[in-house]
Design a protein around this ligand. Structure first.
Ligand code: SF4
Ligand code: SF4
Length: 751
């Protein structure tokens, strides 16, 4: 639909204080005269049945571009979405009348500017058309342990074909080494038998599941809905197709050999994984001489919650110790179990399980720090503990020490692997020292990742899932559970976070649902979370591409491959429609049908900037639609007032801000630009992983523009906040407005 074919109808809602706070006649006149809309009407309650019916009638008369000037676009979204029509929302409620004084000249100017911006967007934007392509809905599950088997079963029961790839010759994973599971039902005191054989039998009976045992992924190419998978089974390659992938490759125990200070290496010091095998075998003996072990010391957090080892808590080790101590007592009533802990973590109903162990007269709990573990001569051990409850050093004699080691994900970090390969190349050239030092990596650190590739992705950005700080390839545990930084590839179970089997099963069901959502949305040409069901996708005008590679490097989801010259190759179903590539592209050749550099520029230019003599500064606010814009909405809902000098435009992500918008605003005469995005860093909340961070790194570019225009750097400010900080946002806006007033008017006004 080009602008000539557009018939634009503007509707202004009088409800929710809008009608009594603004001069609606003036707004209507602006829409039809200055904005050249074909029609503008106001309605007492636009979201009601009458209002919607009136809009539909107008659509019936040919209107295909609707400007709805009413509440925030976050409300009544479905109500104001009509097939085949472009809807532009102008927020007169939260951003204008609920956050500014009624019937005030500046409030009216604000409403008029928002309407101008909406009309500008309505002129340029197009209705996105879904990207239609052939989609295979098979789900590939990598890993046949608890999580992998559950994900496969859940997907199959939901009616999807599944290919399950397991590297071992049998299904079951680590659960095969477990004798018992934690209690699962009230009164939460009795451990349960494992149900592994029943699960395996269920898989075998499921016609929809194809299982490859003793198999590994050789290569995965393509994109969601169209993954081409090569599986190696017994030395031969088998090809299959998949629409989405679930990685459930589980965990491995932390390397106990690093815990020399806790006695690791001594004959009768074992890990909790080894203890599980002993208990399951029904006899707990000392490895040194096979004599019964009747004094067993469990050292909790062995290498966990420790900055020198695993800084995190593995969530299950305390309960594993409770289970093993009770079991050891059950096997031999003369056994004494000593549990040395920092804290006992038994969440939820497991408090009852902990209580049961406390009630056992042969289990003793001591809170403290283990100072040393040494042999006494006959293979017995002496454990020195700084008891932090009585503030005294105590000694415990033991036949066997069990180190409650934590869980490490069986995952690969493509970035680390890339570094590893680069380092290897450097070492081969004999230049290791200086370059590795410069890269701040050690060969030992990098060697951890040697040979750990799992998915073998044919992605320009690397062969595996990028990982978070502790090598878990999750994307964000609160906002996007099960998601990874590769669209259509989900993580389930202990590869995502340390978990018990129940949580792993929940995880697996969640990941299976995400995988199903992905293939279903891909089949309709729509994107996945967080821009759920968005039909738009980036279009690259490649004839003007300079192969600068910024888009491929900055895309957080590995959407873009490159040809040999460095020209980006788009894989549409990998794309999450964040717009970061659009923000990055210096040539401004990437655009979406309903969101582009040109559309936002036209909105900025539509604002009426008063001349310097009117002493009414104008500020531009670019707010991330994920946290910052909703925070402003919340502030409006709470009737918190903010400066009337500022005009806001929501952006898909702060990383989607093209620096040219800032230049446009300042050249137009805006006095300052405020950019607000989600939090970055280790605990990032950015919905597109690195968007806020990228805006920070584009700061140099912004400074360059300001210097070129001979403007003060303070005129552009970048802030980060979360949605819960909505009370802070109006304060921040007001402070920025005051600061800009102090700096003075932009000398470009009136040009
Ligand atoms: S819109 Fe986002 S996910 Fe899609 S290609 Fe651009 S940067 Fe990548
Ligand atoms: S950022 Fe723009 S110019 Fe650079 S490679 Fe990507 S599309 Fe081409």
């Amino acid at each position: 639909m080009d602008s000539k074919e557009k018939k634009t109808a503007v509707w202004i809602c009088q409800g929710c204080d809008v009608g009594k706070s603004l001069d609606l006649e003036a707004l209507e006149k602006l829409a039809t005269d200055e904005g050249e809309a074909d029609l503008c009407q106001s309605h007492p309650c636009l979201c009601g049945d009458d209002g919607v019916e009136a809009i539909k009638q107008e659509i019936g008369r040919g209107a295909n571009s609707l400007v709805i000037a009413a509440c925030s676009p976050r409300f009544n979204t479905d109500t104001f979405t009509f097939d085949g029509c472009l809807t532009t929302r102008v927020d007169l409620r939260e951003l204008v009348v609920w956050s500014h004084p009624a019937n005030d000249e500046d409030t009216q100017m604000l409403a008029e500017d928002y309407l101008r911006m909406g009309l500008a967007r309505a002129k340029k934007a197009q209705v996105p058309e879904p990207y239609q392509t052939e989609v295979d809905k098979t789900i590939l599950v990598v890993g046949g342990g608890t999580s992998g088997m559950t994900a496969a079963l859940e997907a199959a029961k939901a009616g999807y074909d599944v290919v399950l790839v397991e590297k071992e010759p049998q299904l079951g994973g680590r659960l095969r080494d477990f004798g018992r599971l934690f209690p699962k039902k009230p009164p939460y005191r009795e451990p349960q038998p494992t149900d592994i054989e029943a699960r395996v039998a269920e898989i075998e009976q499921q016609e929809r599941i194809t299982v490859y045992l003793g198999a590994a992924i050789e290569q995965i190419n393509g994109q969601p809905g169209q993954f081409k998978v090569s599986v190696q089974v017994d030395g031969t390659s088998t090809e299959c197709q998949a629409g989405a992938v679930i990685q459930a490759t589980g965990w491995k125990p932390y390397d106990a050999s690093k815990l020399g200070h806790l006695g690791s290496g001594l004959a009768n010091v074992i890990s909790n994984v080894e203890m599980e095998k002993l208990t399951a075998a029904g006899k707990i003996t000392r490895p040194s001489d096979g004599k019964p072990a009747r004094r067993i010391v469990f050292i909790q957090c062995a290498g966990s919650r420790d900055e020198d080892h695993l800084p995190y808590c593995s969530a299950v080790c305390c309960r594993v110790t409770l289970k093993q101590a009770l079991w050891a007592r059950e096997l031999d009533g003369d056994t004494e179990a000593y549990v040395l802990y920092k804290d006992i973590r038994a969440p939820g109903q497991y408090e009852d399980f902990y209580r049961r162990a406390q009630e056992d007269p042969g289990i003793f709990f001591t809170k403290g720090e283990v100072v040393k573990v040494e042999e006494t001569g006959d293979g017995s051990l002496l454990v020195d503990v700084e008891d932090t409850l009585i503030d005294k050093l105590i000694q415990v004699e033991a036949d066997l020490v069990v180190l409650a080691t934590g869980m490490v994900p069986v995952a690969a970090d493509s970035e680390a692997i890339r570094q590893f390969r680069d380092a290897q190349a450097v070492i081969e050239k004999g230049e290791a020292g200086a370059q590795l030092e410069a890269a701040k990596v050690t060969v030992e650190e990098l060697k951890r990742h040697e040979g750990t590739d799992i998915l073998h992705l044919g992605y320009r950005q690397g062969p595996d899932l990028p990982a978070l700080k502790y090598d878990f390839p999750d994307s964000h545990f609160i906002c996007f559970p099960y998601e990874t930084r590769r669209t259509g590839i989900y993580a389930a179970g202990c590869v995502r976070a340390p978990n018990d089997t129940d949580v792993c099963r929940e995880d697996a069901a969640g990941a299976a649902l995400k995988a199903i959502q992905c293939v279903e949305l891909a089949s309709r040409g729509l994107t996945v979370h967080p821009r759920w069901e968005d039909a738009s996708y980036p279009d690259f005008a490649l004839q003007r591409c300079t192969q600068c590679k910024r888009c491929t490097e900055e895309c957080p989801f590995g959407t873009l491959n490159e040809d040999e010259k460095g020209t980006p190759e788009l894989n549409v179903t990998r794309c999450r429609r964040c717009g970061i590539c659009m923000g990055a592209c210096p040539e401004r050749i990437i655009s979406f049908k309903d969101y582009s550099v040109e559309i936002v520029s036209s909105m900025i230019k539509a604002v009426e900037v008063p001349d310097e003599f009117e002493e009414k500064p104008r500020l531009l606010g670019l707010l991330c639609e994920n946290d910052a814009y909703p925070a402003l909405d919340m502030a409006g809902l709470n009737r918190i007032q903010h400066s009337a000098w500022i005009r806001f435009i929501p952006v898909r992500c702060l990383g989607a801000v093209n620096v040219v918008w800032i230049a446009d605003a300042l050249s137009k005469g805006f006095d300052g630009v405020l950019l607000v995005g989600c939090k970055s860093g280790d605990d990032y909340q950015c919905h597109y992983i690195r968007g806020s961070e990228l805006m920070g790194t584009r700061g140099d570019n912004i400074r360059e523009k300001l210097n070129a225009l001979a403007l003060e750097e303070e005129r552009v400010r970048v802030e980060q906040l979360s949605i819960s900080e909505y009370r802070k946002l109006p304060q921040l806006i007001n402070e920025f407005a005051e600061e800009i007033e102090e700096i003075g008017m932009n000398p470009f006004k009136g040009f």
